[in-house]
Design a protein around this ligand. Sequence first.
Ligand SMILES: [Zn+2]
Length: 471
Amino acid sequence: MWQDCDQWLKDHQEEMIQSLQELVRVQSVSTPCEKDDEPFGPAIAQAFYKIIELAQDLDLEVRNLDGYDVLVDLGDSGELWGALSHADIVPAGKGWSVPPFTAERKDGKVFGRGTEDDKGPLVAVLYAMAAIKACRMPIKNRFRHIIGGAEETDFRCIHYFKEHMPKEEIPVGGFSPDAAFPLIFAEKGILHFTLRKKWEKDTESDLILMRLSGGERVNMVPSSAEAVFGVTEAGRAYLEEAYFKYADREALLWEEGGGEITIRAKGQNAHACKPDFGVNAIALLMNFLSHLAFRPKAAQEACLALSQFAQGAFTGEGFGIACRDEVSGALTITGNTIAGDGHGLQISYDMRWPVTIPLTEIWPKIEQKAQEAGFTVQQDSQKNPLYLAKDSHLVATLLKVYGDYMGIADPQPIATGGGTYCRALPGFAAFGPVFEGRAELAHQTDEYMGEEEILQLAQIYARAIYALIGV
Ligand SMILES: [Zn+2]
């Protein structure tokens, strides 16, 4: 049954690659709104224009949803299913061995920012839809490919879609070709929160904590953190002794100048969804500070509490919230940015909690521990967990498609601490594009899409679409 469709896609492989190249050449990083119909700036508008042109060439129905999304439709009756991809990219960054926006072809690959995330998959889904139409495969349902313009920033594209579409125009479910195969069926909840504490400035004592800093982003385990002390002669001697006695001194650097001493902790960066790949420099620093007596007293107490909160590294033991579930594994929590001065400090945490455990069982414990230690607590942002049962229609259908195509007997879906686009639309699961065993290059240098790979993606996505809407 797939012979014609596969052949159609094979015949259009070169065209598919060229469509991807054209799209990669548009540097579609979203920028602040300049016009009403360009809410994500001119580069996204330009990418949308190209996509609309391509969809028209492929004889698909397409429209621009006020500059927020492009909608490409197949079929005109029945249940509505969908795909969710995005046309925006993150900036290229430095260190590429090929130019990031010329879409160079080399060794059977197309290189460039966005080739894997998410323009290659986006093009593959468009051609998959076109193949089903061109081969006149009988369908009983509708399919809508939603292509957003703000996945890499604030998801306003998909929020706009949800808010401006009547209910029957929102797909009941579908897939997002924006993560990995076989399929992601569980994504932990993500909570970002901040603890704050204030104190009176002290100028009289021998050893005074003047400043604290560390971390770059709340979702990244920090590689560096520092504490700056103002010292008298006596204070300096005390700090020096404590420093040389400290068991884990390897992780610390001592710097001195202008009557101040800086203790810098060196860790290792990692994404907060994989804290075991990193070493948290803020936790290292707090551990050292917890062995010291310094002023202001409230600052010392705060640092002691923070080192206790970091007990068990990233397991949440220190907050009394360590937990795990069968589906998605253990809770993780990391304090990833800190800033402090003579008057107080604030520290922001990234917590990822298991999909089957309600946040209401976890949050009160954090609140209580923090308040007991004199901190105020504020939730900054929250993304609820995503969890689709393994035997649900969507998960079972897509896994079968993937398994059959790849010749894998029983592909197992993935649980992750990361967040995909799917959280934005209920009933959606991330499905590809990264094949098992292939390095994931989203947001990395020398990102590429294989020329054979894009054909395979289109063939898999055609099967997935047809499994959802075919007769
Ligand atoms: Zn993406």
